[in-house]
Design a protein around this ligand. Structure first.
Ligand code: GDP
Length: 302
């Protein structure tokens, strides 16, 4: 399909064109750049990306699904990107999430995409960033990025989002001990899910006084759709505030920069590997060889 036609279909929200565009960009096909350049800027600006992160088992998938449901009730088209940075699987990844999303499977206004490391590190921020833009251009007013785990790479991807939500649950408080202090500086909203289980109030207490008293800490029972409406209201209220005070624009710029760095490193890795293959640095210490190579690549004549 010619790129113009693909773009036209994509902007009409056609699911197959959206999936095709994402794949082309992921494969770094040349046509991918044309697609990215041709996306409707107004839709990109108008869409909201929400990062949902937290340790495995706290109920992120259930919560994401409940949020999708809530958005669909309001007839809002939504995209979901499920990212698993630790998984090398390509298509088997996050099967569970997909199955849980199945009751949205026939809804063409729910666009779901799973992503793993594809057997290599790097490039995931860039891939997730491109995917959210394609989804937004296709008419998704909201894009949810769900990441597994709370390691650095998960946090990196979550930080692509305009708003980040950290999900915890009773029994999972220890997972965040290290980052407990000032946790609300890192995330915008903190959700205590499984509020139906004993230990929810203890978890709130353990988070410290600042968190306990904040209106940015919400309780949900995702499995029963409780607190989801309030969570969505909280998210949309934050969006409005961030758009007003300039933080929205600022974060977009930061995430663009991050994606650019990510993409650069990805491209560099391939090129350097190629260079070394074609001109193996003879008998040089790898540290020295790296310096020499970088000097050669980055040297700007003038
Ligand atoms: P994830 O690994 O963070 O994505 O967690 P899942 O969404 O897969 O949920 C893990 C388990 O917790 C599943 O068995 C869910 O049914 C259950 N679960 C999710 N939300 C709730 C909740 O609000 N209350 C209770 N009791 N269980 C829940």
């Amino acid at each position: 399909m010619p790129v113009d036609q693909l773009l036209e279909q994509l902007h009409l929200g056609d699911p197959r064109s959206v999936a095709r565009a994402i794949s082309l960009v992921e494969d770094q096909a040349e046509i991918g750049q044309h697609i990215m350049q041709g996306l409707d800027q107004q839709r990109l600006d108008g869409a909201l990306t929400v990062g949902i992160t937290g340790p495995p088992g706290v109920g992120k998938s259930t919560l994401t699904s409940a949020l999708v449901e809530q958005l669909r009730q309001r007839e809002i088209r939504v995209g979901v990107i499920a990212v698993d940075p630790s998984s090398p699987l390509t298509h088997g990844a996050l099967l569970g999430d997909r199955i849980r999303m199945m009751h949205h499977a026939l809804d063409r206004d729910v666009v779901v995409r799973s992503m793993a490391t594809r057997g290599r590190l790097g490039g995931l921020c860039a891939a997730a960033g491109a995917t959210r833009r394609i989804m937004a251009a296709s008419g998704c007013r909201v894009v949810l990025i769900e990441t597994v785990g709370i390691g650095q790479s998960e946090m990196d991807i979550a930080s692509l989002a305009d708003i980040t939500v950290l999900v915890l649950a009773p029994g999972f408080g220890d997972e965040i001990q290290a980052m407990k202090a000032g946790i609300l500086e890192v995330v915008d909203l903190l959700v205590i899910n499984k509020a139906d289980m004993p230990g929810a109030s203890k978890l709130r207490f353990d988070l410290g006084r600042e968190a306990a008293e904040s209106d940015r800490v919400l309780e949900t029972v995702a499995a029963e759709n409780k607190g989801i409406e309030e969570l969505l209201a909280g998210i949309l209220a934050l969006e409005a505030a961030f758009r007003k005070d300039g933080r929205f624009r600022q974060r977009r710029q930061q995430s663009r920069d991050k994606e650019t760095v990510d993409r650069c490193l990805d491209l560099l890795r391939d090129r350097i590997a190629g260079l070394i293959r074609n001109h193996p640095p003879a008998d040089m210490d790898p540290g020295v060889a790296a310096e020499v190579l970088l000097e050669r690549i980055l040297h700007i004549p003038g």
